[in-house]
Write a protein that binds this ligand. Structure first.
Ligand code: DC
Length: 226
C-alpha cells in the first residue's frame, strides 16, 4: 500500500484531555499503530536535562532533537509501551510533570519540530495509524482521513491528572496541577510554530463529564460510521 493511502486518525488536544488513553484504546480496537508524539518531545527534553543542557538554547535543543535516539518497545506481557531514550528505559521519568514542562518548553523551537517531523511521519504504516498530539491534524498529517480534537475544561483535566499521578504514587496537589495545566495550555496555544488548535476539518469532542468508553465510541464512529 503506498504510504499516503494508509489511513490516519489524528487525535489532538490539550494535556489532560484524555488523548493518551483514548488514542491507545482506539488504536487497539482498530488494530492500528499508535504514535504518542508527546513522548518524543518529552524524550528530547529529558535527554537535554540529562546532558545538563540549557533548555532555552534553541540551537542546543535542535541538535539534541537531531541526535537523541528514541525507540518505543512493545511489552511482551501486555503492559505499557516502554520508551527507550539513548538506550536507557526512561518510561517512568517521562511521565512526570517535570518532563511534561520540559517537553512544552523545547517544543517551541522550530528546529526541534523539524528534527522530529520525519520521525513522526515514519509511523504511518499499514493497516493504519492513530496519531496522538498537538499538531497531528494540522502539521504532521494534514492529509489524514480522520481528525478529532479532544477538549475538556481545565478543572476536569487537572482532576484527571491528579487521579492518574496519585494512582502512580506521586505526590502532587490539585491546585498546582491546575496552574501547571493552564500555563502549559497557554504556552502550547501561543507559540508561533504549530500552535495547539483544531484542524479546520477536525471534529471537536468535549469530553468533560464523559466516561472513557463513551469517548472511545464517539471517536470510533468517526472512522467507522454505523
Ligand atoms: O501530550 P504530552 O503531554 O505528552 O506532550 C508534552 C508536551 O510536548 C506538550 O506540552 C507540548 C509538546 N508537544 C507538542 O508540541 N507537539 C506534539 N505533537 C506533542 C507534544
Amino acid at each position: 500500500m503506498p504510504t499516503d493511502t494508509i489511513p490516519v486518525l489524528t487525535i489532538d488536544g490539550p494535556s489532560g484531555s484524555g488523548k493518551g488513553t483514548i488514542s491507545r484504546l482506539v488504536a487497539e480496537r482498530l488494530g492500528w499503530h499508535l504514535l504518542d508524539s508527546g513522548a518524543l518531545y518529552r524524550a528530547v527534553g529529558y535527554a537535554a536535562g540529562e546532558a545538563g543542557l540549557d533548555l532555552s538554547d534553541a540551537d542546543a535543543m535542535t541538535r539534541c532533537a537531531e541526535t537523541t535516539k528514541i525507540r518505543f518497545r512493545d511489552p511482551k506481557d501486555g503492559g505499557e509501551t516502554r520508551v527507550i531514550v539513548n538506550s536507557h528505559d526512561a518510561t517512568d521519568e517521562l511521565r512526570t510533570e517535570t518532563a511534561g514542562a520540559a517537553a512544552s518548553a523545547i517544543a517551541v523551537f522550530p528546529g526541534v519540530r523539524t528534527a522530529l517531523f520525519d520521525k513522526q511521519r515514519g509511523f504511518r504504516r499499514a493497516p493504519g495509524l492513530v496519531a496522538d498530539g498537538r499538531d497531528m491534524g494540522t502539521v504532521i498529517f494534514p492529509d489524514a482521513r480522520f481528525k478529532v480534537f479532544l477538549t475538556a475544561s481545565a478543572e476536569e483535566r487537572a482532576k484527571r491528572r491528579y487521579k492518574q499521578l496519585k494512582d502512580k504514587g506521586l505526590n502532587v496537589t490539585l491546585a498546582a496541577l491546575l496552574r501547571e495545566i493552564q500555563a502549559r495550555d497557554e504556552r502550547d496555544a501561543a507559540r508561533t510554530v504549530a500552535p495547539l488548535r483544531p484542524a479546520e476539518d477536525a471534529l471537536t469532542i468535549d469530553t468533560t463529564g464523559i466516561a472513557v468508553a463513551g469517548v472511545v465510541d464517539a471517536v470510533l464512529l468517526v472512522v467507522r460510521p454505523s
